[in-house]
Design a protein around this ligand. Structure first.
Ligand code: G1P
Length: 294
């Protein structure tokens, strides 16, 4: 574990119904759809493991047991692959269970992101002073922002969130921060946070990007919020409540790119982006795209 790491456990809320991926999500959770050759949830688990955490709590409803199952070893399949000396395939099959310990928590009703995060509290241990939360719809690239967030928590205490600076006209789907500068160019102090504001009401152009490092105090705040934007219990409102009560909250403004795996159009962009860089698929795909686009 890296010395700056201040968390052992990550929460991955994955209880959504996946309506934008119907009809596939009748049978397959969207988090298992492959971005090229790796399910989105495995990419998230790799990011968590890389940050030095050793446990990932997947919050889902009872119909999405396949998510936690994906991280269980498959002894019969592994034995068959080993017998046939298919060691490259064996390594692929072992990768997810070897990455990190995965436990499941149930969100019985879809009451919002804040509620989903709260459903993981029972799985925390006494050592969990802070937890990471990763939204599996968001891929934040290059991987590594959680390490920077852990450094910032070590420096300032409290909670640290990842932000992207995005154009104001695109701000409305996000939680948006009201900020003050610090001495570090990539770190800002948060004075307030609002969920899904109209562009003219947004306090800044810094948007929450699906990576949170939250002090354990968040669970007490989550018990005290009432339904907010969209009638849902919002994580943003619990963060805003902590700020109001004097708890330090900072953002790390990430200089990189992000992909939204939450809808088919953006999922395709992510797949293409990863495929173009893939040693096996990239060159042929590039040539085909050139031809296809004329
Ligand atoms: C959630 C959060 C929002 C955040 C966004 C990032 O919204 O509520 O604050 O900016 O994820 O993707 P959702 O996309 O679930 O509507």
């Amino acid at each position: 574990m890296s010395s700056a790491s201040t968390f052992h456990t990550a929460i991955v809320p994955a209880a959504g119904l996946g309506t934008r991926f119907l009809p596939t999500t009748k049978a397959v959770p969207k988090e298992l759809l492959p971005v090229v050759d790796t399910p989105g949830i495995e990419r998230i688990a790799a990011e968590v493991a890389e940050a030095g955490a050793n446990r990932m709590i997947i919050v889902a409803n009872a119909d999405k047991a396949a998510l936690a199952d994906y991280f269980r070893p498959q002894p019969a399949l592994e034995a068959t692959l080993a017998e046939r000396a298919k060691f490259d395939l064996l390594a692929k099959v072992r990768r997810a269970p070897d990455l990190i310990e995965v436990v499941a928590a149930e969100q019985p009703e879809p009451l919002g992101l804040g509620h989903a995060v709260g459903c993981a509290e029972g799985q925390l241990g006494p050592e969990d002073d802070a937890v990471a939360v990763l939204l599996p719809d968001d891929l934040v690239l290059p991987v590594g922002v959680l390490n920077r967030m852990a450094q910032v928590r070590a420096e300032y205490g409290g909670s640290v969130l990842c932000a992207f600076d995005i154009p104001r006209e695109q701000i409305s789907p996000f939680g948006v921060f009201d900020v003050e500068e610090t001495a570090e160019p990539d770190v800002k102090q948060v004075k307030g946070m609002v969920e899904k504001p109209a562009p003219e009401d947004a306090p800044s152009t810094f948007a929450a990007a699906g990576r949170y490092l939250l002090d354990r105090a968040i669970f007490d705040a989550l018990r005290r919020i009432t339904p907010g934007a969209g009638g849902e219990l919002q994580l943003t409102d619990a963060v805003a409540l902590l700020i109001k009560e004097g708890h330090p909250v900072h953002i790390v403004v990430h200089q990189g790119s992000r992909h939204d795996l939450g809808n088919p159009g953006d999922f395709l962009k992510a797949s293409l982006d990863f495929a173009l860089d893939h040693p096996d698929y990239g060159p042929a795909l590039r040539a085909w795209l050139r031809e296809r686009l004329g």
